[in-house]
Design a protein around this ligand. Sequence first.
Ligand code: SF4
Length: 370
Amino acid sequence: MSFTVSTMASLATYIAKNKFSPKPEWQKTVKTEYDSSNPFRIIHTRFGENPDKKPHPLINKRFPLVLQLEPLHACNLTCTGCGRIREYESTITQQLSLEQCLKASDECNAPVVAICGGEPMLYAQLPQLVEALIARGRLVILCTNGMFIAKKLHQYKPHDNLFFNVHLDGMEKNHDIAVEREGVFKLAMEGIRAAKAGGYKVCTNTTVYKETDMNELLEMFEMLQTLKVDGHSISPAYGYSAVNDREIFMTREDILEKFAGFNKKFSKIKFNNSPVYLEFLEGQRDLPCTAWGNPTYNIKGWKGPCYLITDGHYNTFEELMTKTPWENYGHGADPRCDHCMVHCGYEPSAAMGINSKWQDAFTYLGWMIK
Ligand code: SF4
């Protein structure tokens, strides 16, 4: 875990405050009509076939933790597993203004802002955006393919609340295949080395596909740790509708098989994922989806219900929270969610302490001092 004690303390305070005193307007259930005449409509089981199904245990605890802010969808790459360049093809040249980005952060007030896209380092006002978010006390995770870090590093000042989060899906050969261009791994590594040498915080994020070799990932993380990279995130890929190549995605069973023995095998690796989420990936514990914990804002507005599925875009964060039928999503509620175990849907559940065990306090303590 690579965050400072004061950052962790303020995150814990924010979570505790919202758990004990959740905003009442955000906790109301949105009832949806079941339209049996439309054969293409997703069947929401909560109010359709099983109206008596019990409410979600967190129904009175909805609040945002991480804002996924997408200032633009343009990218210099066309990664195989990326849905953004496909789903937002018609608005790919459009960008949010700096004011719109900051308004979104102020509106939802999530303590963590992950700036993604697209490739955010192509956004001309990114340095000003980062500075303004840090001034607001946000923890900023700048998600990038790493190719522009070395070139543009001088535009940013190192800060405990700023992380360059570099996308790496394997060692050189396989990463370059995943991003569909040779030389990307080398540039990303150059960026990581330059940022570390300049005193910046750097972490990585990795998506695990059907073909991913877990031994290769272990080799990659061990290599990154010799460069003093501050932490790593990992998530199984999810075959949502915006991505064409279905072959690379895993079912829930595939994921559990892929992650069997993960925590033991990767015990020396410093993950930013919470240990509870990693137990979930191994099948050691069940977690519900809490997509409201990780809202997404982009050129079309607030994307509901989650980073992956788009059933609507809302003009305001308030509308996203109050008009989305949250209970209709998640494993067992919507067929599109059945194989989803991605971190943006389930990491907030771990952080919020859902399905917690008494040992979790010690597990988290070990994670924090790792
Ligand atoms: S389970 Fe949650 S995060 Fe995953 S696709 Fe469904 S709503 Fe989105």
